[in-house]
Design a binder for this molecule. Structure first.
Ligand code: MRU
Length: 359
């Protein structure tokens, strides 16, 4: 079920404030780049594809107040705004890929004046927005082929409508399967420490009337041993050229368990989440977040004051544990180095819409 997670409304980027869910559905209007930077940093807008769109809209917010016709000053503002937004979060490569697209607009228009550049940047941001809508639906339709009637799937974090413009990647698979009339159930890991699974995935799936059961992260092994999980779908924040995939902390643990119990484990992500500049997951920068996310719960201390804390927000699942990567082009299988190169380096014109089933 589509949810308008992020949208350009008149002259501001309107986002759902996901820190308030599931208790309140509130929106924030990002009219300047600072508001957007902080929204990304504190996870009001989160999830790799949504962060990418937020970055593009953040650039529009950053140039909104520019006055005059000095091209040099305008171009400097665009570059400075991109550099600033790039410091908000380090792991999701969509952020950097979309900022690169916004900067490329400048390079493509060497003779354009400020008004023309402004228009071209708006157009690029809207293209990024619309592509996400289209790509997620293509991903969902490809992934839905993996869901058989009666199956129970497991997912982690939130790779849903709330992590994209409006449809989702891993949860998009469920939305497409539902549209196709499949009967299935979903278990959602709560996803410590920020509970994206409990707060966001359960909210979204229940809203869509998908049979959803919440579990604590440490219950996944038991469920797999009891043969209650038929398949696992997780999103990704960055996928290296060899197929290693960074996603929310705890994803790797599920992949190891899945291997042990013979459960197929799939990563679901668009082309914009691939980073072909890095050979393996070892090169993916992993965000470390503040200790209070673990030591406190809703402002209430949940650990002794002064305890040492380690809080990496993501982990890397090695490609050998991944059954397939569901993309807008179809499902990429091993050998990943060759297949990712062939599929993901395709020119833009042959992207979604090309019906390739299993690659
Ligand atoms: O810290 P978050 O909530 O931004 O982490 C999000 C995830 O790990 C998602 O699974 C990933 O970005 C894919 S979203 C389609």
């Amino acid at each position: 079920m589509a949810i308008a997670t992020i949208k350009w409304v008149r002259d501001c980027a309107r986002i759902i404030d996901q820190t308030k869910l599931p208790n309140k559905l509130e929106y924030i209007c990002c009219r300047d780049v600072d508001t957007m930077w902080h929204a990304i940093k504190r996870l009001s807008v989160r999830g790799a594809p949504a962060i990418g769109v937020a970055a593009a809209f953040g650039v529009l917010s950053g140039i909104r107040a520019f006055k005059g016709q000095d091209r040099g000053r305008f171009v400097k503002l665009v570059y400075d705004t991109c550099a600033y937004l790039a410091t908000s979060r380090p792991t999701a490569v969509n952020l950097f890929n979309m900022l690169a697209r916004m900067k490329a607009v400048i390079a493509r228009h060497p003779q354009a004046n400020v008004d023309q550049l402004n228009k071209a940047l708006h157009q690029e941001a809207m293209d990024i927005f619309k592509e996400d809508q289209k790509v997620c639906r293509a991903i969902g339709d490809h992934g839905a082929a993996l869901i058989k009637n009666g199956m129970t799937a497991l997912t982690v974090c939130n790779a849903g409508a709330l992590a994209t413009v409006d449809y989702g990647t891993a949860l998009g698979v469920f939305y497409s399967a539902q549209k196709m009339g499949r009967k299935f159930k979903v278990f959602s890991c709560e996803t410590r420490p920020l509970l994206q699974g409990a707060r966001l995935t359960c909210w979204e799936l229940m809203r869509a009337k998908i049979d959803t059961t919440l579990i604590c992260d440490n219950m996944a092994a038991t469920l797999m041993r009891q043969k209650k999980i038929g398949i696992i779908f997780a999103g990704a924040d960055r996928i290296a050229a060899n197929g290693d995939a960074a996603n929310k902390i705890g994803t790797y643990m599920l992949a190891v368990l899945a291997k042990h119990h013979g459960v197929p484990f799939y990563i679901v992500a668009p082309k914009s989440t691939f980073d072909l500049n890095i050979k393996s997951g070892a090169q993916i920068p992993i965000e470390e977040r503040k200790p209070e996310e673990i030591t406190h719960w809703n402002g209430i201390p949940a650990a002794p004051r002064g305890v040492k804390v380690y809080n990496p927000a993501f982990d890397v699942t090695p490609a050998r544990l991944i059954h397939g990567i569901v993309t807008e082009y179809g499902i990429i299988r091993a050998p990943y180095v060759r297949n990712i190169k062939n599929i993901i380096s395709r020119p833009k014109e042959t992207s979604p819409g090309v019906k390739v089933k299993d690659l």
